[in-house]
Design a binder for this molecule. Structure first.
Ligand code: ATP
Ligand code: LTN
Length: 342
């Protein structure tokens, strides 16, 4: 069970809450995405929840069109395979709901260049893609704010790297509300402290990222041999002592974090259970746990993908449900800002 005291900024009010999150179909979903985000999505089953495939966001970095076309439904299938029921939750693709791009334009006019300039993800991605620092990369947080605000979202479960984007979303909403009245609900991020940032296997001082080289992450699609090989090669240190110390032992601490998250144990409990053992045994324990966690998800994913009509039907129906909800907010915004509506 998840310990609620671990959660940052979770001011849960009484009313029926709206939960919203999204992941970009920009690569193979990693263990970091799973532990930091996807795995937490199903905690909110009793709430009104929307989970989006952020395909428009993924265009901020060059994508191969044929691959992107496959990755979007594949990510939606993963949401379902990870335990989200598409009848109870709204699982859909961002580009199927035009209201996202429409609200994004309006919010662009209520967002300052100076605010966007401070975004650490923009700075990092500009360095990574120095040949393609496009305007979409710069206004990325505004589209994300539109995603969240269209549904009057209360809680946004994400990893730590997205905290700043949820904060700017709140700032934009507050600015808009202060001019036009209470149009938008102010969202709170839901970030589990202990698993907020899973690190790269090859460079454990860097975040694990699906657009990094393949050997730096475990993918939800990796088979058991690949998972074992990648974790065996994970960078550790020369001390040969299993101890949680992120500053001095980032590699070993990352493996302990992964194990503790998947076993639902504290890091101390995991450390104790491995006391006196070597790094080889730590890695074997991590690999085995990841393999066991992923096996049922991979099996369910295969079933979903084998049915050629199931997913397209679900995605169409859910996009219509999302568009209906989004349209209510968009109409209100158009009216408030003074756009003529015959
Ligand atoms: P990209 O490399 O394309 O930027 P990414 O792997 O960073 O992708 P996103 O699509 O940006 O993944 O993020 C999806 C969700 O996973 C977000 O909620 C994000 O905060 C979370 N997340 C991403 N990487 C990690 C990580 N290493 N640890 C914990 N959470 C993560
Ligand atoms: N920017 C997010 C993906 C994303 C998102 C959202 C997350 C797009 N829209 C709305 C939460 C809420 C990322 O993970 N890189």
């Amino acid at each position: 069970m998840i310990n609620m005291s671990e959660v940052l900024n979770n001011n849960a009010p009484e009313k029926k809450q709206v939960i919203y999150s999204a992941v970009q179909p920009s690569g193979n979903i990693t263990l970091g995405n799973y532990i930091g985000a996807l795995r937490n999505f199903s905690l909110f089953e009793d709430k009104e929840s929307l989970f989006c495939v952020a395909d428009l966001h993924s265009l901020t970095v060059r994508q191969d069109p044929a691959q992107l076309r496959k990755r979007s439904p594949s990510l939606a299938a993963l949401y379902i395979a990870c335990g989200l029921d598409p009848e109870k939750n709204i699982i859909y693709c961002q580009s199927h709901v035009p209201a996202h791009a429409e609200l994004s334009w309006i919010l662009n006019c209520y967002t300052y260049m100076g605010e966007l300039n401070r975004m650490t993800q923009f700075k990092a991605k500009s360095q990574q893609h120095a040949d393609n620092i496009n305007a979409g990369l710069f206004t990325y947080p505004v589209l994300m704010a539109a995603d969240i605000l269209l549904y009057q979202t209360d809680i946004v479960p994400v990893g730590l790297d997205q905290k700043q984007h949820v904060e700017i979303c709140r700032d934009i909403a507050q600015r808009f509300n202060s001019v036009y009245g209470d149009v938008f609900t102010l969202p709170e991020p839901y970030i589990r402290k202990s698993t907020a940032k899973i690190m790269s296997l090859s460079e454990p001082t860097k975040k694990m990222s699906k657009s990094d080289p393949d050997e730096s992450f475990v993918s939800l699609f990796d088979d058991p041999d690949t998972i074992r090989r990648k974790i065996k090669r994970a960078v550790t240190d020369s001390e040969a002592q299993i101890r949680f110390d992120p500053e001095n032992k980032p590699g070993v601490s990352n493996l302990l974090t992964i194990l503790s998250a998947l076993k639902n144990q504290t890091v101390e409990e995991v450390e104790q259970s491995l006391s006196g053992l070597g790094y080889g045994q730590l890695k074997e324990a991590v690999a085995q746990t990841v393999i066991e966690e992923f096996a049922p998800i991979q099996a369910r994913y295969k079933e979903i993908m084998a049915d050629k009509t199931y997913l397209p039907t679900i995605l169409k129906e859910n996009a219509a449900r999302a568009q209906y909800l989004a349209q209510k907010t968009l109409r209100k915004v158009y009216k408030k800002v003074g756009l003529y509506q015959p």
